[in-house]
Design a protein around this ligand. Structure first.
Ligand code: AMP
Ligand code: GLY
Length: 435
């Protein structure tokens, strides 16, 4: 059977690699893919990104199922286009993806369905927004309504910061249409975790829990990024909290969408704040898997991913069980010089070739590529081609052990001025230390 994965980051490398391990799969196309996906057994890159061309490609290649990685094609209606052409695809429709593509849609939806989240108000008028800030006082969080590639959220510690965020988004329009409306919400304190499920519109299959590290530097300092590393499972979601999250958040989302006439099928990612009272509140929804959360999650997945996706597409997710490696997995991102503002391209990456041979003979680590290409001397070297470059992902008996294994691998990989945090997993490790 042939499959198609849409996207070209570490998340898609991990998804395509895991799908390729199914004995029933003989090829996984990755569109557009990267230098890492180009080299995997059974994987082949297809240099296409336009939706009509992807539809034609899927027809021509007799693709059994397409799996979508990033939010951009989902927001552009790739699922609607494939379904209109009678092609099987796993992901939410454009309308269902509004849970991620419009913060206001998501907040109003949560309010209608009593899903716990930060208190908020929405504005198009900067004058009213400024008044609200003076009335509520910082800390406050200012969010652009639309997709803004991680640049749409300002956590304002002072009223001045909140006022200037309002001016930047609503008056100067520096995010364009994505910022024609804003949400100002209550600042929540606590531990941030990622809760990701698969759903067929009716049934829910939770994936292993995880925690991401969004800031560039150690100890949560520096600018926000797409994510500098992640580990799974996270101890901050106890079995009882897990059950509560399904009952009070995930289940109401799926049934609420259905009640409103929008079936939500696909991966659903709830970014949650776990408060000091051990309550989970929604920070955001994403209509896709997390990157880099997917990399450790896929390394721990023992079940056949194709079987899970088939059940999801056929509406029978209640008929399947999922099995996880009991070990922890941890992924460390190596990012390009200048990331996230202005990542440098074309730096030669050293040390990957030996590890590629080694990783094909073990289940204990995998190097997932994102911003990589072939280039350099004779076009035969790996070079940097994006902000986040690699995610070095390893299993271990504990989070600490997985962390040691991942950092040991990093020692043999290098490129000029790469950036990597040294503390991925520290909150999970400290959790056990305190016990
Ligand atoms: P979002 O895109 O909504 O997840 O926001 C990006 C990041 O901003 C989150 O990952 C949090 O770290 C932070 N954030 C968002 N909303 C809040 C909030 N209400 N309170 C505190 N931090 C927040
Ligand atoms: N790692 C955060 C995200 O994928 O949104």
């Amino acid at each position: 059977m042939k499959l198609l994965v849409i996207g070209g980051g570490g998340r898609e490398h991990a998804l395509a690699w895991k799908l390729s391990l199914s004995p029933r799969v003989h090829k996984v196309f990755v569109a557009p893919g990267n230098a890492g996906t180009a080299l995997e057994r059974k994987l082949e890159n297809a240099p296409i990104t336009l939706i009509p061309e992807l539809v034609e490609f899927a027809k021509k290649e007799h693709i059994a199922i397409t799996i979508v990685g990033p939010e951009i094609p989902l927001a552009a209606g790739i699922v609607d286009a494939f379904q209109a052409a009678d092609l099987k695809i796993f992901g939410p429709t454009q309308q269902a993806a509004q849970l991620e593509t419009s913060k206001i849609f998501a907040k109003e939806f949560m309010q209608r369905h009593h899903i716990p989240t930060a208190a908020y108000a929405s504005f198009t008028d900067p004058v009213l927004a400024h008044q609200y800030i003076d009335q509520k006082s910082a800390p406050l969080v200012v969010k652009a309504d639309g997709l803004a590639a991680g640049k749409g959220v300002v956590v304002a510690q002072t009223n001045e910061q909140a006022h200037s965020a309002v001016n930047a988004i609503l008056v100067e329009k520096n995010l364009g249409n994505a910022g024609s409306e804003i949400v100002i919400e209550e600042f929540l304190q606590g531990i941030e975790v990622s809760f990701i499920v698969m759903t067929d519109g009716q049934h829910i299959l939770p994936l292993a829990t995880s925690q991401d590290h969004k800031r560039l530097y150690d100890g949560e300092s520096g600018p926000n990024t797409g994510g500098m590393g992640a580990y799974s499972p996270t101890p901050f979601i106890s079995p009882s909290l897990h059950a509560k999250i399904i009952r009070d958040i995930i289940h109401p989302v799926i049934t609420g969408m259905k009640q409103e006439g929008i079936s939500y099928s696909g991966f659903l990612y709830a970014g949650l704040m776990i408060t000091a009272e051990n309550q989970a509140k929604v920070l955001e929804f994403n209509c896709r898997l997390g990157d880099p959360e997917t990399q450790p999650i896929m390394l721990r997945l023992k079940s056949d991913l194709l079987t899970l996706v088939e059940h999801a597409v056929n509406g029978t997710l209640d008929k399947v069980d999922v099995e996880w490696d009991r070990r922890a997995a941890l992924g460390v991102v190596m990012a390009a010089h200048g990331y996230p503002e202005n990542p440098r391209k074309n730096d030669v990456i050293h040390g990957l070739s030996n590890l590629i041979v080694e990783q094909n003979n073990t289940d204990s680590f995998h190097i997932f590529h994102s911003g990589t290409a072939m280039g350099g001397d004779g076009g035969k070297e790996f070079i940097t081609a994006g902000g986040r470059v690699l995610c070095i992902t390893a299993l271990g008996e504990s989070i600490k052990n997985a962390q040691q294994n991942a950092y040991k691998l990093i020692e043999s990989i290098s490129f000029n001025n790469y950036q990597a945090r040294r503390d991925i997993g520290y909150q999970g490790i400290n959790f056990y230390r305190k016990k």
